[in-house]
Design a protein around this ligand. Structure first.
Ligand code: GLU
Length: 549
């Protein structure tokens, strides 16, 4: 009896690995093309960190004319949730991170390197496990959970490194005959990798993001095939990334310490190892402390948060690139109108310790992104959001023509309005454009420079009676406000007022504020001239008349 017979006894049905090596030929891509994947486990709500990984994986593949695929890692079936795969696919789609290849629904996929769901690749993993067993590089282990627990306790008591390795790896020393006999006796087993490593030796490795790292060699005989016949992550990812032709494994840095094991597995399997790029988690500033963005504590950690808030996907995407590469900000400054696809992301420029996530900045990016949309786009996108999340806004947007007039205010020019960061801001930012919504609203000039009731009355009355003319162009409109200011003893220019503050009651800007507040209830709005144009004389008159008899 030799290793080959043992392998045959354990996996009599599986194919030889040459079958798979032929079935999945090396990809024919141009020199330098990068093949990446996003490989989530369908175990719960999608996290912004996952989206970040997916975005980066897709971006580097795209910019080198490579391939980016989606693989579902569902070998831990206890942790799986229903429709987990579909949720991931939907989230990726809504953020424009769809894959070139891989799962497209709970059961379907596209591409020639499938199946792209690990639970459907059982016999492939078993073929490679068989291959290792036949070379004496893996073996059946008959230790039960309680045996492993006992080993761990002993190690703990003796204060030595825990694990199944060296002298502790009881089953690695069974003879082939003993192993075969136990199997024939019907004993339960799992398959372990027989590590050739030594803990007192070091391996050096260059991670694409983390740079040079040094670790002790792996000497653990890790489980490669579990009792349910499915592989562990460690084993599965080696087989998959080999057969699927991944050139760069981009993943969370919780896996960095597994690199010695993974490189060893690749080597013993006779595969060329991919490059590894370990991404540090996204961090958050919590009252001065930098900590990981947490699924439990931070609502913004869940990808669904952005949709509910109505933060446009391209703003999130742009912001994530912003924190991925510090060079992005300069690039954006120099290329205001370019599409983000033109930005070249560099993995080796990513933060080693974790980029800081800042909601204020993200919303700022949101404002800029939305400011570049056409009125029609703003209309369509806010309506789409409103249909799901805000019935009142949906109703307000029913009159498309009027809505477009509102959204066109200060849009499409060199310095477009930047008052909307997310679709949930829209209602508040346009509500004063609707008489029904504005009616009965308490408006006060209390905190303004001009806050005297009679003075306000005078300004508004004189303006509407003498100076307002619907057909004035912007210059004339503004000149008239200046004239009004002059007539009532206010400086026509801010400059003049500053030079001689005692000579005037206040200046033209303060007079405009009176008009603005009376008309909209707020001090900060887009262009007042345009607002007046859209509201029309009747509404202006009605609103001003509330302040004078
Ligand atoms: N399924 C693993 C995880 O979700 C994937 C790690 C990898 O990308 O290789 O952490």
């Amino acid at each position: 009896m030799d290793y080959k017979d043992l392998a045959e006894l354990i996996f009599p049905e599986v194919k030889d690995i040459s079958y798979y090596e032929e079935k999945y030929p090396r990809r024919e891509l141009k020199e330098g093309a990068i093949v990446t994947r996003y490989a989530p486990s369908p175990t719960g709500v999608m996290h912004i960190g996952g989206l970040y990984q997916a975005l980066i994986s897709k971006k580097v593949a795209l910019q080198t004319q490579g391939v980016y695929f989606l693989r579902i890692e569902d070998t831990d079936q206890k942790r799986e949730i229903e429709n987990g795969t579909m949720e991931i696919i939907k989230s990726l789609k809504s953020f424009n991170i769809e894959s070139d290849e891989g799962m497209t629904s709970e059961t379907e996929s596209k591409g020639n390197y499938g199946p792209y769901k690990q639970s459907e690749r059982k016999e492939i993993y078993q073929a490679y496990a068989k291959h290792l067993i036949s070379q004496g590089k893996a073996y059946p282990c008959f230790c039960r959970a309680e045996d492993v627990e006992q080993i761990r306790e002993k190690q703990e008591n003796a204060k030595i490194r825990p694990g199944y390795y060296g002298v502790w790896a009881k089953c690695r020393n069974n003879t082939v005959e003993e192993m075969a006999q136990k199997i024939k006796n019907g004993e339960n087993y799992i398959i372990r990798f027989k590590s050739p490593g030594r803990e007192d030796k070091k391996i050096k490795h260059k991670d694409v993001i983390k740079g040079n790292v040094e670790f002790p060699e792996n000497d653990q005989d890790i489980v490669i095939i579990k009792a349910d016949g499915l592989p562990t992550y460690h084993f599965a990812h080696c087989i998959d990334d080999h057969l699927m032709g991944t050139t760069h494994v981009i993943r969370g840095d919780e896996w960095l310490s597994s690199v010695p094991l993974h490189l060893q597995l690749f080597y013993e399997l006779g595969f060329k190892a991919p490059k590894y790029a370990h991404i540090a988690p996204i961090m958050k500033n919590d009252n001065g402390n930098k900590r990981k963005l947490s699924k439990r504590k931070d609502p913004e950690a869940a990808v669904s948060y952005y949709e509910k808030e109505g933060i446009p996907a391209d703003a999130v995407e742009e912001y994530l690139l912003n924190i991925a590469n510090s060079t992005f900000e300069n690039w954006r400054r120099a290329n205001k109108d370019k599409d983000i696809s033109e930005f070249e992301l560099q993995l080796n420029k990513m933060s080693v310790s974790g980029a800081l996530f800042d909601m204020v900045k993200l919303l700022d990016v949101g404002k800029t992104v939305i400011s570049k949309y056409t009125a029609e786009e703003v209309y369509n996108k806010s309506l789409e959001w409103a249909k799901k999340y805000d019935k009142e806004l949906e109703e307000m947007l029913q009159d498309k023509e009027y809505s477009l007039k509102i959204f066109s205010i200060e849009r499409g020019n060199a310095k477009p309005r930047k008052d909307i960061a997310k679709w949930s801001d829209v209602k508040d930012s346009i509500i004063y454009m609707y008489n029904k919504k504005y009616e009965g609203k308490e408006v006060t000039h209390e905190n303004q420079v001009i806050n005297n009731k009679e003075e306000i009355e005078k300004i508004l009355k004189l303006y509407i009676e003498k100076y307002y003319n619907e057909s004035d162009d912007k210059q004339t409109w503004f000149d008239k406000i200046k004239e009004l200011a002059g007539e009532l003893g206010y400086a026509k220019e801010v400059k003049e007022f500053k030079a001689n503050p005692d000579k005037y009651k206040a200046h033209v800007g303060d007079v405009s504020t009176v008009l603005r507040v009376a008309l909209t209830g707020r001090t900060n709005t887009p262009d007042l001239y345009e607002i007046m144009k859209v509201l029309g004389k009747e509404t202006i008159r009605d609103r001003f008349s509330l302040f004078h008899k």
